[in-house]
Design a protein around this ligand. Structure first.
Ligand code: ADP
Ligand code: MG
Length: 590
């Protein structure tokens, strides 16, 4: 075929392929236009999944009658003028493409009335041909109606999902924008029914609850910090309300809802130690950054951005989230049983089974512990007397030094507030992690040289991952070098590994596996943290491993001094508490 210049309609259809993927993308472009027009109320109606019809109405500045044809023209925009403007974009749109693209693949109508006009103007596009603008009756602002999306591009239409699925995606876009602009009144109607009706107001907490759901109410921790010129404000949900999907993690950058792996990763890092690996944090974060520090012109839908200084943004987000969580969880008071459980609802059920003490089944063994700071035996007499007097504070004073090792996995102890049930491994892991983290800030960890190098088969990808991780591994005391293209030779291991009999080869393989996955979004500090957390896990007491009284006591003493001691580095609880008040109630003593 000879080379030909394509007719404008075809050019627009091709451009539409980038911008207009489905009804949700149309909704996004139209609502963004309304926001850019300074609207204070925006309403969206969808019919038949938005494939039949989408209407977006706003009360923004409108388009002057004479400019209506231009609004439909490709590469026509009122938002930028010159190349330099691309480096300092403050509007949501700037490409001047959306309207032309949408109109090229639908039946399109736009009616608009700016303040200076007494009448509105209307323009229509049918099969790629625009009508001349004509006067019409209409309120201030703009109404866009898009019907029969992809009517002339059947290939596109085939990729659409069911109307219900398309509706869900479009509604999702409206919710994102509602979160990005809490000051706007936003309505969404689906097939004639109101699905969302958010009043103007601008209170971010209220908007977050309205959009993410009532269950977040009372569980939102405020985030507000500025670091390196990056303001991070908004809310994170307590770890308990983390979700099974990522839909409740929302990122807004200078008023634009975006998807960004770097920031998602930073949020997770902020939650480190509080979130099981398969849960997604609830978080709504608004980032404020000098527009010159971000490039928003990297993606046709403008949902992805590029930061000039990614690590700086990562650190600002990570620290802001961390600070919010630590502020709320500063005490090592742990997952608690519901303090006011109604009869029959408490997770601790009355035991109906006969008690069987002694033997070495899953029963337990009372350890005699040294009192704090000393190594005397536990004073059973005093404890028994205190318990008999049924005065909880006195009992607590006597009891904390008594620990029962039970069920292989658990320690049972008591403090002033109640009984504690401790997962030995989880708690030890948490404490080791914190210790390693503090220790490594002072310099490389102690290591022990091996008599002969330990060869580990890791594969080509493993050797590659190793090359970039070698300096980090050396900081934790693991000295190694590639031996050929598939293997690594370990020359020295962290001393901790020697004393805790950790399999260094298995550890290295695990680190390298994880590193391949994490490399994309990680900075050095968070990689180091994940390596330390793996180390802590491997070097901690196993569930079935028996502790001496001194070991158990020091474990509990250390727990009192560490941030987030109530959770292991993977976010599982390390202890559960049964408050004295619950116990008293269950035994019928009020
Ligand atoms: P962009 O938003 O990138 O400028 P669009 O194709 O989305 O490109 O819109 C083209 C132009 O039409 C905008 O620059 C703006 O001037 C005008 N426009 C579109 N929608 C509206 C609206 N709802 N209110 C006022 N002006 C609008
Ligand atoms: Mg636009």
């Amino acid at each position: 075929m000879p080379i030909r210049e394509l007719p404008p309609q075809l050019v627009n259809e091709i451009a539409a392929g980038e911008v207009v993927e489905r009804p949700a993308s149309v909704v996004k472009e139209l609502v963004e236009n309304a926001i850019d027009a300074g609207a204070s109320r925006i309403s969206v109606s969808l019919f038949g999944g938005g494939i039949e019809r989408i209407e977006v109405a706003d009360d923004g500045v409108g388009i002057p009658f004479g400019e209506l044809p231009l609004a439909l023209a490709p590469h026509a925009t009122s938002k930028i003028r010159e190349s330099e403007d691309l480096g300092r974009i403050r509007t949501l749109g700037f490409r001047g493409e959306a309207i032309a693209s949408i109109a090229a693949v639908s039946r399109f109508r736009l009616r608009s009335r700016p303040r200076e006009q007494t009448e509105a103007g209307e323009i229509e596009v049918q099969a790629g041909t625009a009508s001349p603008p004509r006067p019409a009756a209409g309120p201030l602002g703009t109404l866009v109606v898009v019907e029969q999306l992809f009517l002339n591009t059947p290939a596109r239409r085939k990729f659409l999902k069911s109307p219900a699925a398309e509706t869900a995606r479009a509604a999702e876009v409206v919710r994102s924008l509602a979160i990005a602009r809490p000051e706007l009144a936003i309505r969404l109607e689906i097939d004639g029914r109101t699905s969302l009706d958010l009043p103007a107001g601008g209170e971010m907490r209220r908007r977050v609850v309205e959009v993410l759901g009532r269950e977040t109410e009372g569980n939102l921790l405020e985030v507000d910090a500025t670091e390196g010129g990056v303001r991070v404000a908004g809310f994170v949900g307590r770890p308990e309300i983390a979700k099974g999907s990522g839909r409740s993690t929302r990122i807004v950058l200078n008023g634009r809802a975006i998807h960004d792996r770097l920031i998602l990763h930073a949020i997770r890092e902020g939650f480190r130690g509080c979130l099981p690996g398969d849960r997604h944090p609830v978080a709504v974060l608004h980032l404020g950054i000098d527009p010159e520090q971000v490039d928003v012109n990297v993606h046709p839908a403008k949902t992805e951005v590029r930061f000039r200084n990614g690590p700086l943004v990562h650190a600002a987000v990570r620290h802001a989230v961390r600070a919010a969580i630590l502020a709320a969880e500063g005490t090592p008071t742990l997952e608690t049983f519901p303090a006011t459980g109604r009869r029959g609802e408490s997770p601790v059920q009355p035991s109906t089974a006969p008690l069987r003490f002694g033997g070495d089944g899953p029963g337990g063994r009372l350890l005699s512990l040294p009192p704090r700071g000393e190594t005397r035996g536990f004073d059973y007499g005093a404890a028994a007397a205190a318990i008999a007097s049924a005065d909880p504070p006195a009992a607590a004073e006597a009891v904390p030094r008594a620990v029962l090792q039970a069920g292989g996995t658990f320690l049972v102890a008591a403090d002033e507030d109640g009984l504690l049930i401790v997962d030995k491994h989880a708690l030890h892991e948490r404490l080791e992690f914190e210790r390693l983290r503090q220790r490594i800030a002072e310099g490389p960890l102690e290591r022990q040289a091996l008599l002969s190098p330990l060869l580990v088969e890791v594969g080509g990808a493993g050797v590659e991952a190793f090359e970039s991780l070698a300096p980090l591994l050396s900081r934790i005391g693991l000295e190694a070098a590639p031996a050929g293209s598939q293997r690594i030779a370990i020359a020295a291991v962290p001393s901790l590994f020697a004393s805790r009999r950790v399999d260094a080869a298995a550890f290295l393989r695990e680190v390298l596996d994880g590193a391949v996955a994490a490399a994309a979004a990680s900075d050095e500090e968070s990689l180091l943290e994940s390596i330390l957390s793996m180390m802590a896990c491997k070097a901690s007491v196993r569930a079935g491993e028996s502790l001496s009284g001194v070991e158990a006591a020091s474990l509990l003493d250390r727990a009192a001094e560490v941030d987030l001691a109530g959770r292991c580095p993977h976010g599982r609880p390390t202890m559960l508490r049964l408050p004295w008040s619950d116990l008293r109630r269950r035994f019928g003593r009020s």
